[in-house]
Write a new protein. Structure first.
Ligand code: MSP
Length: 537
């Protein structure tokens, strides 16, 4: 059977990884883990984008050869996959032989849609993108960055910019553009305007969120221009087969990673991808250029493109020049791995822009993880350990208490999973966490209401029932949280009696509907989520 195939963008190695990179990959990891625990096979691909002028320039600045520079930084991205506990099945680097061969083969396959001409226009090295003149704004001499008050172009501005007197930039990304005039191969993108619009029409959920899909459609509806797909003014790229003074345009090179990683031209059975997770800034490349390239190569198109929003840092745009880049390794070091994973998935509805705030992160860690989930485990399981000899007492689920273990109890027993699964499949990760966290919140209210410490004296049988329900609730929470916080969820599951090896491998969601057995031995609990305490600097 075809596995569920999910990909991250491949990351430029001009610098070390930051929160934006960790974020898209984390979403893919959650989805891949979710699929596997649902009984499906999942193939999760990530990697690095290593060619192009931007990398060549960065290597030069670092005084290194491009390859050595790429090796150094690609290693950091690989390390990040380990540090974030990503379950990727492969990691592709575009400087690998398997990729270069595949990319050149792809070029030959689409060759009948390619012609040689001359490109004269604007190019942003930072975005590795071509821009039309009417997309540009200007800065006055002495100004930097891409302020909101940037001005429209006036007569004579493009000449002035070409003479270096003023700077032009692409307002969408803030990247500065430069004038490029060179021989170039072009892809007949214009031929694909109609086929693409027809495809969008037939596949109304091709791009998510929907608002972004509308942007894509509007762009294509204006009519596509042919796309320059080779460069001659620098060397760091994959040579165009048969004309080695050209290197393949880095975006064509990068996009084909999704197929070269799985063996193109002799692909395994993963293609087409089920989901390409990308950032909103690179939607045009994925929802317009990539499908057109695939159509030209007669290959099936990916099923879905999901665009993430962008993180700001304490309300400010994240940028190297502002010095406010968030290093995911630092977050892990300070707050813990699963705390970081939880916060990133919990804080903003996936697809929206969101703000990173240190105070919010501490609040979420302390209130949701430490006080709600951690405390529930500690109070319940600590109590059982102390008062019931570490053996789960007698009890069963019944209609009176089903709302504790199942927030959707009104829909019937076992109805948590269908809803949870629906929201994860729609990438509503914050909602999925809310379901699990909601269970913990409810269970904490229940323990306070029932006060097992009092029942111990007044009604020991009721106390046993209460403890049983609470433990089952913890088991449900542990199972549901596995894709998000795999290590901590495994700890929770060990605490409710699963053997360590089994818990570490993952407890399938099918086990949600088999309640825990009374009499299960429960080990003495160890705290899962310590409270975060600010240390004096
Ligand atoms: N190499 C291309 C992608 C090629 S995919 C065939 C690229 N690389 S990138 O390293 O610049 O960006 C990778 C991803 O990080 C993009 O999806 C981008 O949206 C994302 N992010 C960069 N900054 C971000 C934030 N501040 N917040 C969230 N994601 C952001 O583009």
């Amino acid at each position: 059977m075809k596995p569920f195939y999910i990909t991250t963008p491949i990351y430029y190695v001009n610098d070390k990884p930051h929160i934006g990179h960790a974020y898209a990959s984390l979403a893919c990891d959650v989805m891949a883990r979710f699929k596997r625990l649902s009984g499906e096979e999942a193939f999760f691909l990530t990697g690095t984008d290593e060619h192009g002028q931007k990398i060549e320039k960065s290597a030069e600045k670092a005084g290194m050869s491009p390859q050595a520079f790429c090796d150094m930084n690609a290693a950091l991205f690989k390390d990040l996959t380990k540090a974030m506990n990503f379950s990727n099945n492969d990691f592709i680097r575009t400087t690998e032989e398997r990729h270069k061969k595949g990319a050149q083969h792809f070029w030959k396959v689409i060759e009948k849609h390619i012609y040689l001409d001359k490109y004269a226009g604007w190019y942003a090295v930072r975005d590795e993108a071509y821009y039309q003149e009417d997309e540009l704004k200007k800065l006055q001499p002495g100004e930097n960055g891409a302020p909101a008050w940037a001005k429209d172009l006036e007569k004579g501005d493009t000449e002035r910019a070409r003479a270096g007197q003023i700077k032009l930039f692409a307002p969408a990304t803030g990247a500065e553009v430069e004038w490029v005039e060179e021989e170039s191969y072009f892809f007949k993108l214009s031929e694909f305007t109609k086929p693409l619009l027809e495809f969008y029409e037939k596949n109304p959920s091709f791009v998510q969120p929907e608002s972004r899909f509308n942007e894509v459609k509007r762009f294509v509806e204006t009519g596509l221009k042919d796309l320059s797909i080779s460069r001659t003014t620098f060397k760091w790229g994959i040579p165009v087969p048969g004309d080695e003074k050209h290197v393949i345009y880095v975006w064509l090179d990068a996009l084909v990673n999704y197929i070269t990683a799985i063996g193109y031209p002799n692909m395994d059975n993963q293609w087409p991808a089920d989901v390409h997770v990308i950032g909103k800034d690179i939607l045009r490349f994925h929802a317009v250029f990539w499908p057109a390239f695939l159509m030209a190569a007669n290959l099936p198109l990916p099923k879905k493109i999901v665009a993430t929003g962008w993180w700001t840092n304490e309300g400010q745009k994240i940028s190297k020049s502002l010095g406010n880049v968030i290093d995911p390794l630092k977050l892990i070091e300070e707050f813990g791995l699963d705390q970081t994973r939880y916060f990133l998935m919990r804080e903003i509805p996936f697809g929206n822009d969101g703000n990173f705030s240190r105070d919010r992160m501490i609040t979420v860690i302390n209130s949701e993880l430490a006080n709600t989930i951690g405390n529930l485990c500690q109070r319940t399981l600590g109590f059982i350990n102390k008062n019931c000899g570490g053996i789960l007492p007698n009890g069963s689920l019944n209609s009176e208490t089903s709302h504790i273990t199942n927030p959707y109890h009104k829909l019937g027993f076992g109805s948590t999973y269908p809803i949870y699964s629906e929201v994860v499949n729609k990438c509503k990760f914050d909602f999925a966490i809310e379901i699990a966290w909601g269970l913990a919140n409810r269970a904490n209210q229940y323990i306070d209401e029932q006060a097992p410490w009092t029942l111990k004296k007044t009604d020991p049988q009721k106390m046993e029932e209460v403890l049983y329900i609470l433990t089952e609730s913890i088991r449900q929470i542990g199972i549901l949280l596995q894709p998000f916080i795999p290590q901590s969820a495994a700890k929770i599951l060990v605490a409710v009696g699963y053997p360590e090896a089994q818990a570490n491998k993952g407890i399938p969601f099918s086990e949600l509907s088999t309640p825990i057995k009374p009499g299960t031995p429960l080990p003495a609990p160890t705290p899962v989520f310590p409270r975060f305490q600010e240390t004096a600097k």
